[in-house]
Write a new protein. Structure first.
Lengths: 483, 472
């Protein structure tokens, strides 16, 4: 079932090349919808495992597994891909290639979230990267080629850190294997010292670029801004999640000792990154760039949660809260920022500009759009009862028990974000009304409303997702002790 | 006589003897017969070699010629490369007298490469290296009327003549030191010889091998020669002779040397070669020159497999060479296809080829992504094993240098993708591709994909063959 979920989008992408032109859209939508249904069914089944021989001579196998965290992120990927396909369906520049790129990327993302073999994990990690290069480079805005190249180089540089670290784990485990559960059980790099720290450095470069965290973030604003709307949605909504997921799934269980050694610097870096992201976002005149930088802020909290979960003296409750908060933050950010990029794209298409200064009076011109934008911006700044609140609350709780100064820093960041978004709302929604804009179409509403409903649901009833994530990130005492 | 051990060589030699007169005297219109005879000879040689894959390792002809899976593997690679290039290149020379002669030259070169794969006697190595050099010199010069081809051939000739002379001088020194030309018997005598002289002799021999592998600093001939030659021939030079010379380098180092004192030197040359290749590929605007420098960089990665001096390293070298044959030859042949339809290999003039010539461009893009090591293509599997081998042998700095180089190489590989897919088309292609080129390209692309997605048999075989190479 996992295999079917992962490879259905790829099959759909191939089918696109045999059906006639009129059917492209439907074929893409159907594939996206069917994949989402499969992902929901897989999530409903709870944990699953699939195993097959792949390269036995290297100790690599085709090993997929799902649990709460991976299912939640796979659902997010499947949902956002479907919505991106819906939104992009009136693209007239090579639409088939665009749909195929989205679907191939979906295969990479789902495979990545379900992999339990490190070589497979790496393969899917890269499969998700290449289509994004083409999406930014071919369908993006004016400076798309530079942005695409920058994205490609940064992420590939990160990838090689990941590859080196994976190889170190492989070579350090006896007998040599890429199987993640076996590597975790072998605990060969679970202790302290230079070796585990070097492996952590490789992971940090890879996942830090993706997340992104200061100072590895400079590809992000260009890539997000130059990508087409649907590309930005997937970039912010799902691709950034790969970094957080990598920390939670790979770094935390395999390198508890090294992460504990470095947890204080990582927490400090996370706070600096979050505050920096918020402050720079505030200074942006371009609405899309503002949202892009706000991702640096939100992802900083994810790293903070991970650092606190690894802190050497943390209590089990604090660890669980911080790691769960980090996982939840990934889901919340995917929904909220995905929706925000859709909203920015819709407004920019109508107004012909993304300059905040020129967008005033939107609420009067587009009441429904204005309400939805306000709703998502409130969600993004962490308003209670909306998606980010339970996530950020748990991270703060975890931080208070481990690095209280980091909790203070995080609250400062939230304060700046609040001020930034309120100020942006004031400038965009209010002010002198402008010429009338076309109201939201049915398809646009179909894209936005599910996200809005999920943001509300995750804020009001976070219990189900929280407990699903909690069971997958729980750190057993023996794992945390290191060696 | 142990003729049973050299059936593939005998078949190839026989084919050359038939082809040399046949190719020159066939009347126009019947010259395709030469290609058919050459392909048949190659197929027969491949079948004979494939039968030897499972044979136990031993040496024949008084220990001068090895029969082991390592040698047979390289023989098969050489034959495959020759057949694929032959398929795609004859149409380039159609209706010229060369059409009849190219098959003979290719098979002759193949014979040299096959011989190199198994030789463990310095005199034999020198002989086969010269055979490869002389035939490739004529192959490069086949475009008689083209000035770049003449320049390329001349450069190749001058470089190879000096490299060959230096190598033979080194071999003479080795003979003087040890009193033998047999590679397996060098080790004990060399241990007693003055270290400085032994080092000089080894370095001189290495120069001869390094010239064929395009190791820095013996790489200078490659870009001009590749650019001047017909593109498929350039691809052949970048794949075939390089593989054979790597086989002989690995065998010489592992078998002749008891110690691993050469390890840091070879590692340094590997890193130097990949870095120089990648740096100089960056500013290239012609696809052929870009691929030439990229092939130099790839040679650097390959040598890491030898520098690792381990079973994992040797299997990585063998594995990556097969993949390299698929992807690098695919890249050269795809460029050949674009060049024939656009009349140029300048990237500027190929803008938007992804839309105008979708299949050839897709093949080139796939080959480029594989060269860059993007999974799930073969290049990724090979690079991963080589990286792992470097780490395993404690060469952390080599592994890091490789990783940095992978990123560096991406900067120019991405430029090719950009030219093909992200630029608006300005020029249109004309004509269609010959069938031979299409068949070869399809096979190579399939190989690039298969070696990445289902590499298990290749991995398992190379791991086994690496164990059997004497010296481990």
């Amino acid at each position: 079932m996992l295999t079917a979920t992962v490879f259905l989008p790829l099959a759909g992408a191939l089918v696109l090349y045999v059906v006639p032109r009129d059917a492209w859209r439907w074929c893409a939508w159907l594939t996206g919808a069917a994949t989402l249904v499969l992902a929901i069914a897989a999530a409903a089944r709870g944990t699953m495992e699939e195993h097959a021989r792949w390269i036995p001579a290297l100790g690599a196998s085709y090993h997929l597994a799902s649990d709460g965290l991976s299912s939640a992120l796979a659902l997010l990927a499947a949902l956002l891909t479907l919505l991106a396909l819906l939104y992009a369906s009136d693209e007239n520049r090579a639409p088939r290639e665009l749909f195929a790129s989205f679907l191939v990327m979906e295969t990479g993302l789902l495979g990545f979230f379900f992999s339990a073999d490190l070589l497979l994990f790496y393969v899917f990690w890269e499969v998700a990267l290449v289509p994004m290069y083409f999406i930014i480079g071919a369908w993006g805005h004016e400076r798309r080629k530079e942005a695409a190249l920058k994205f490609f180089l940064y992420t590939r540089a990160g990838s090689l850190g990941l590859l080196l670290s994976i190889l170190a784990l492989y070579l350090g485990t006896s007998p040599r294997t890429f199987d993640l559960p076996s590597i975790i059980a072998a605990r060969s790099y679970a202790g302290h010292g230079a070796g585990p720290s070097l492996v952590l450095l490789g992971f940090f470069v890879a996942f830090g670029v993706k997340l992104p965290v200061l100072p590895l973030h400079s590809w992000l604003p260009d890539a997000h801004t130059e990508a087409p709307t649907s590309g930005s949605v997937l970039l912010a909504g799902v691709l950034l999640k790969m970094g957080g997921y990598g920390f939670l799934r790979l770094a935390l269980p395999t390198l508890p000792g090294a992460l504990a050694d470095w947890s204080a610097p990582l927490a400090a870096l996370a706070v600096v990154s979050a505050i920096y992201g918020a402050a720079v976002a505030m200074g942006q005149g371009d609405f899309k760039r503002m949202i892009a930088f706000s991702s640096v802020n939100h992802m900083g909290y994810v790293l903070l949660g991970i650092a606190c979960a690894a802190a050497p003296f943390a209590s089990a409750a604090d660890r669980t809260a911080a790691a769960t908060g980090a996982g939840l933050q990934l889901v919340a950010h995917g929904l909220v920022t995905g929706a925000l990029f859709f909203l920015v794209g819709m407004l920019a298409e109508r107004a012909g500009t993304r300059e905040i200064a020129k967008l005033s009076g939107t609420w009067a011109a587009l009441p429904l759009y204005g309400s939805l934008l306000a709703f998502m911006l409130f969600a993004s700044l962490g308003l209670p009862a909306l998606a980010h609140f339970p996530a950020e609350l748990q991270i703060v709780v975890g931080a208070l028990g481990t690095y209280p100064w980091a909790a203070v820093g995080m609250l400062t960041g939230i304060l700046i974000t609040t001020a930034m978004f309120l100020w942006a709302m004031q400038r965009i929604l209010f002010g002198s009304a402008r010429a009338s804009l076309a109201p939201l179409s049915g398809r646009e509403l179909a894209v936005l409303l599910p996200l809005g409903a999920l943001v509300l649901l995750l804020g009001l009833r976070p219990g189900g997702v929280t407990s699903a994530i909690e069971t997958s990130v729980r750190i057993t005492p023996s794992l945390a002790r290191g060696r | 006589m142990e003729l049973w051990a050299i059936v593939p060589e005998l078949v190839l030699g026989g084919a050359v003897l038939v082809l040399l007169p046949l190719g020159s005297f066939l009347p126009q219109g019947h010259r395709r017969l030469a290609t058919a005879v050459a392909l048949a000879g190659l197929a027969a040689a491949a079948a004979a070699a494939a039968r030897m894959l499972g044979w136990p390792a031993r040496a024949v002809f008084e220990g001068t010629y090895a029969v082991d899976p390592f040698a047979v593997y390289f023989k098969l690679l050489a034959i495959a490369a020759t057949a694929l290039v032959l398929l795609s290149t004859v149409s380039f020379f159609r209706h010229t007298p060369r059409e009849g002669q190219i098959p003979a030259l290719l098979v002759l070169c193949c014979l040299g490469m096959v011989g190199l794969s198994a030789s463990q006697d310095l005199a034999l190595i020198a002989l086969f290296l010269q055979l490869v050099t002389v035939s490739s010199y004529v192959l490069v010069g086949s475009l008689k009327t083209s000035r770049p081809a003449a320049e390329g051939a001349l450069k190749l000739f001058l470089f190879s003549a000096s490299a060959g002379a230096i190598m033979i001088y080194g071999m003479a020194l080795l003979y003087g030191l040890t009193g033998t030309l047999a590679v397996p018997e060098l080790a004990p005598s060399l241990a007693r010889a003055p270290a400085a002289v032994a080092l000089i002799a080894a370095a001189l021999v290495l120069a001869g091998y390094g010239f064929k592998i395009t190791l820095v600093p013996f790489h200078g001939w490659a870009p001009d020669t590749y650019q001047g030659a017909a593109t498929s021939i350039a691809g052949y030079l970048a794949v075939g002779p390089k593989a054979a010379a790597l086989a002989v380098l690995a065998r010489t180092l592992f078998v002749a040397s008891g110690s691993r004192a050469w390890q840091p030197w070879i590692a340094a040359i590997a890193v130097l070669t990949m870095t120089a290749g990648n740096l100089l590929a960056l500013p290239q605007t012609s696809l052929k020159r870009l691929l030439a420098w990229s092939s130099i960089a790839q040679a650097g990665y390959l040598v890491v497999g030898i520098a690792a001096a381990s079973k994992l390293g040797t299997s990585g070298l063998m594995l990556y060479l097969a993949v390299y044959l698929f992807m690098n030859l695919a890249a050269f042949l795809a460029v050949d296809g674009l060049e024939r339809r656009y009349g140029t290999d300048e990237m500027e003039r190929l803008h938007g080829a992804g839309r105008r010539a979708p299949l050839t461009s897709a093949a080139l893009a796939l080959a480029i992504l594989s060269l860059a090591g993007v999974p799930p293509l073969g290049g990724f599997v090979g690079k991963t094993v080589l990286l792992g081998a470097a780490l395993d042998s404690g060469l952390l700095w080599v592994a890091v240098a490789m990783a940095v180089n992978f990123v560096l190489s991406l900067a120019y590989y991405a430029r090719v993708l950009e030219a093909l897919y992200l630029r608006t088309p300005q020029h249109g292609p004309t004509g269609t591709l010959p069938h031979g080129l299409l068949i070869a390209l399809t096979l190579l692309v399939a190989g690039t994909l298969a070696s990445g997605v289902v590499p298990q048999r290749l991995v398992a075989f190379t791991a086994k063959a690496a164990t059997l190479l004497a010296g481990h």
